[in-house]
Each structure stands twice: as C-alpha cells, then as structure tokens.
Write a protein that binds this ligand. Sequence first.
Ligand code: HSE
Length: 453
Amino acid sequence: MYRDPVESLEPLHSRPALNRTLRVGMIGIGTVGSGTFRVLVRNQADIAARAGRAIELVIVAARNLARAAGIVGEGVALTADPMQVAAHPDVDVVVEVAGGTGPARDWVLAAIAHGKHVVTANKALLAVHGAEIFAAARKQGVAVAYEGAVAVSIPIVKALREGLAANRIEWVAGIINGTTNFILSKMRDEGLDFAAALAQAQALGYAEADPSFDIEGIDAAHKLSLLAANAFGMPLRFADVQVEGITALQGLDVACAEQLGYRIKLLGVARRQASGVELRVQPALVPATHLMAQVNGSMNAVMVKSDAAGLTMYYGAGAGSEQTASAVIADLVDVARLDGVNAAQHVPHLGVHEHATNALAVLPRAAVHTSHYLRVPVRAVSQIQAVTARLAEQKVPVRQVALAAERPGVGPQVLVLTGPVAQGTLDLAVHALQARSEVAGVVATLCVELLEG
Ligand code: HSE
C-alpha cells in the first residue's frame, strides 16, 4: 500500500531538540585557525541557519597566547595546553588545525576518548594515523570530518561520499597541491626561478611549515591516500603511494612539453586497474588544451571518472586561510546536523566500515600502465631513427617523435611520446637506451596523462 513519505515521517515534536549551540574548541590558531574564526564570526547568521543551531568558538589552545588574544578578542577562553581543549566539558567538537603528526595524534585521540567530534584539516595526521583515529572514532560513535584536508576549498570529499555515492569510481586525478602549482605557474608565466616562486608561496601562506612536503610531493600523496580511500573504499595507503615532486623537474622539459602541445602539472592519480589500484603523485604532461592545463596559480582541480555520472571536474582554491576555513566550517555544519543522531547513521569512517574493499592491492611501480614523454640527448640529429628503433626493439609503442627546437648551449634532443606501456617495460628500455653510444646524456622521462574517459 502506498504511504505518503511525508506523512510517514516522525512528527517534529517527538524528535530530540537540537537547537543548542554547538560549542567548538580549537587547537591551533595559525593561518587556518584564524581564518576559521573570522569566517565563523562574519557569517554567523547564515551558518547558524544552515546548521540549524549556532556554532560558537569557546576555547582556543595556542602556543602564543598574546597573539591568539589579538585574533579572538574577549569571550573566548585561551589555554597553552591542547589537552585542556580535548577534555573540556563545555566542548562538543574539537577543531584540530595545528598540523603535524605526533602531538596532534595524541590530542585528537584524547578528544575522541572524551566523546568529542573532531574536525581537522590535517592531511598528514590522517594519512599517517587515520586508521587508528577512524577506528577510535567509530568505537566512540563520534565523527571525524576532514574536508579541509583535501584540495581545501573544493568539496571533493563530500562529492565522493554524497554527490557520487551511486557510482563505481574508476579514477580520481588532479592537481591537489596549491604550492607546487603556484611555483610551476610562476616559473612558466613569469620566468621566476624555483626558489623565488617558493618564497612567494611561503609568504602567501600556501606552503606547509616544512615546504619540502609540498615540493617533494608528500602533501599531495597525503591527500591522494584520502581521496583513494573515499573513492574506492580502501584503507589509507599513504606509504604505498609512488611519490615524485617537482624539485628534479627541468626547465628544458617544461619547454619541450610546450613544443609538443602539453603542459607539465604535478598530478595525483588514483586509478582502478584489473589487478589493483595505481596510486601516484608525479609531474605529468597534460594536453595544453585540456581544462586541467588551465588550472594555474594556487588553484586545485580534481577530475573523477565514474560509471554513471561519467567525467566530473571540481575546481577551486587549493591553499589559503579562509579557503581552508570554508571547508572546516562546512564540516562543523555537518557535525552540528549529525550530533545527537544515532551513531549508526553517521557517514561511515574511512576504511573501517564493513563494506570496505580491503582486498584492493596497490600496484607496484613496474605494473603501472601509462603513456610517457622521453627526451633523449643525442650526438647528432640523424640519430633520431636509431632512438625509435631501440624503443621498438624493447616493445615500447612510439606515438610521436620530434626534434626539440634548437637552444643555445643545448645539444640535439629527440622527443618521444609513447603509447600506454608498463612502467617496468619503459624502465628497461630507458636503461638500454642510456647505454647506447648515440645517446649523449641522461634520458629524461615523464608520464603523460590524457585525463579522458
Ligand atoms: N601546502 C598545501 C598546498 C596547503 O599548497 O596545497 C593546502 O593543503
């Protein structure tokens, strides 16, 4: 018999009243924490309307109390001890935005043990200790929300969990570190050198406290492990991500890629294959006409290929104070809505719910199939044929061959674009090529990502 779904709802008066203010304790008040406070105050009426209740910062833990007082003013308690926030009886949710993985783990686990929900933008913490943290949260029936930890202003965690919940996800790929994209854009568009571009990114508050996390690809690998866990229901596998940053990238390859019609971007790629999942962060050639190639400065973009929705793409600021605050507060609004709801109704925690496909293996480097760009320094332009012949002998499919435009002080360079080939096959071929007398220097290789269906 048909029942009107509206009539079958519980009457409002029989539900628990949830209009009490959600009280927030915050650990850390640096770039993200101060932005979160500013946006919470500036947009408090709209945020309360959306959350169904007011959200109020009641206590902050900070290393520099005088500086913290200058940011939050009167009316917010201050402490130098993060554990006081984690255990505070008047706190419903702890926002951890201090960063780092050691003490932050202890604070977050303490907050969970005290029955607090946790919101964090700390991708390193979750990538390294996420399994333990999500298991503890599940046991306690509290939420751990982390939209600000991945691609900052882009609601990609919510897109994967909610908007694309119907889909089998085939791959997720994108630019998920603002600092490196800013550096690559500045070097390409303004001719800035690497160190000057990094210094600007640091001054703008984009870089991690230790910027080697950005430029060596580690920050992107933290985020990729969170994306893959959401996309494929697999456990967090940060330690298995193949990681290559942008420190070894040569300006010559940026220019040669442009000559072939490509741009180089630091991409994170999580792709389902028949025998497992590829997880890699690498500088890669992207067709210059592709939307991903137009993502510049500190902006991020993520593409998702799924079976029903098809290709979708998400674009937004990848670093910044209020840009991250936007995601942190969206998580607070989620917590405000689900606080008091039966814990079984919470969105399942990463990698620990009963349907988690733990069996998905991470493919070793040698088994990853992708197309490649090679730059082969040769003794004479006539050796272009010899290079392609050697690659063919090694079963590397060659799609395009060209000579690099002449540059003062640079010898002849053969540029090759391959078809899809296993990384192991390519490594052997490059090794063999490198030993040939016609090759005059180190062969450079980069992945090519077409980012299409
Ligand atoms: N350092 C990070 C980045 C901050 O540049 O992307 C945002 O996660």
